[in-house]
Design a protein around this ligand. Structure first.
Ligand SMILES: Nc1ncnc2c1ncn2[C@@H]1O[C@H](COP(=O)(O)OP(=O)(O)O)[C@@H](O)[C@H]1O
Ligand SMILES: [Mg+2]
Length: 385
């Protein structure tokens, strides 16, 4: 019976209902020569549009088993644990078809997403990368905002990437930026962190021409995943373009292990669009690791806090998605100034810098813990000091 049910594929998840753990019970009630079979399937949501299709498929598959005369299919709704297992399975399945990449399996991939632009996604990406590197970690930054890249400016990099190889087979090394240790005075902590960056903004005219020529541009994300010699990394942060379009779905397909952090502002409108980003992440079966509220409040020199963009958006969104609020970044002119000057505020003093460093701590210690490899590198040992 289970063998027959393995032929029933959930078209959305691309795997069979048995492997996905959707089959709750199968009972066979022999009735003389006739066999009545009752199947209960657990669905992710009550109003699942696939109900009709699944019922048809179960009828057809199970009904074809010799001795079966009637099939009765009922539906239940998955609990949290069942859903989590289903997501794990769907992710593993997606991983099987994922392309080869130089991104180490131990590297945590974190996509920074939002429903709309201008909420500070790139600022968060650049500063989180800087704060993580300051802890001695090696952090990749993949600037997936192909058309509206701002990472090069924010990290103060104007290097050019050179493509090596032939037109059909080439690789690209990321631009590297050494970040000094957080507490160099502390005995033993001499580890420097490293940021490795790839962005459309680095492409030398020649390389850019290669990309344009092969109409590779709209597949830039794929090339950044497949053809960049990333090498060792603790984290890879991906600065996504705003919205829930192709790049987002491409990411889910190419790097199904990605986790998503959603950036929002305290205003309700931004929270609604950010909610859509969360929805997108779930559809792509990516785990949402948490929410960051940016531009939380303007703190004046006297320490008075002005919530210019309303308040509570981050908390509300986090509660809605069922994930933690990882941090709140104050509105501070130095964030914008640092971004323009290519000196991330996370490497300097002040409340915003402190907030970014605290965010990095929460990411490393709680939300997306760094993978500790046995006999681990000096960098990850020192990060714990
Ligand atoms: N916490 C903040 N305080 C002050 N300005 C900020 C803050 N976060 C972002 N900004 C500014 O807001 C603008 C939009 O930020 P950006 O990171 O480019 O957003 P996105 O990538 O979501 O489009 C930039 O000019 C940036 O410097
Ligand atoms: Mg941006």
């Amino acid at each position: 019976m289970l063998g027959a049910l393995r032929g029933v594929i959930d078209p959305e998840l691309g795997d069979d209902v048995v492997s996905l753990g959707m089959v709750r019970t199968v009972s066979v009630e022999p009735d003389g020569a006739a066999g009545h079979v009752a199947v209960e399937l657990a669905l992710t949501t009550e109003g699942c549009p696939l109900k009709v299709q699944l019922r048809k498929d179960v009828d057809a598959r199970v009904g074809a088993v010799p001795g079966v005369t009637s099939v009765k299919t009922t539906f239940g709704v998955m609990d949290k644990g069942e859903k989590a297992r289903l997501m794990d399975r769907a992710r593993a399945k997606a991983q099987e078809g994922a392309p080869a990449t130089d991104i180490p399996t131990t590297c945590k991939v974190v996509a920074i997403a939002s429903g709309k632009g201008g909420v500070g996604k790139s600022s968060v990406t650049a500063n989180l990368a800087a704060a993580l590197a300051r802890r001695g970690l090696t952090v990749g930054v993949l600037d997936a905002d192909i058309w509206g890249f701002s990472i090069p400016r924010m990290l103060g990099i104007d290097d050019k990437l050179e493509v090596t190889g032939t037109k059909d087979s080439w690789t690209m090394a990321p631009v590297e930026l050494v970040i000094g240790p957080e507490r160099p005075y502390r005995a033993g902590n001499s580890a420097s962190g490293l940021i490795k960056v790839v962005s459309m903004g680095f492409l030398a005219a020649e390389s850019e021409a290669i990309m344009w020529r092969g109409l590779i541009l709209n597949r830039a994300l794929q090339h950044f995943v497949e053809d960049v010699t990333w090498g060792a990394m603790d984290y890879l942060l991906i600065d996504l373009p705003p919205g829930t379009g192709d790049i987002q779905m491409g990411l889910a397909r190419m790097l199904p292990r990605s986790e998503v952090i959603i950036v929002t502002t305290p205003a309700l409108a931004a929270q609604t669009v950010a909610g859509r980003a969360a929805d997108m992440a779930r559809k792509g079966h990516l785990r949402v690791a948490g929410v960051i509220e940016n531009m939380t409040a303007f703190v004046c020199d006297h320490g008075t806090s002005y919530p210019l963009f309303g308040s509570g958006g981050g908390t509300r969104l986090a509660a809605e998605v069922g994930v933690p609020l990882l941090g709140q970044i104050p509105m501070e002119p130095s964030v914008a100034a640092g971004g323009d000057a290519g000196r991330p505020v996370a490497l300097g003093e002040g409340p915003a810098g402190d907030a970014f460093r605290e965010l990095a701590r929460v990411v490393v210690e709680e939300a997306v813990p760094v993978v500790e490899v046995t006999g681990c590198s000096a960098a990850s040992i020192l990060a714990g000091l």
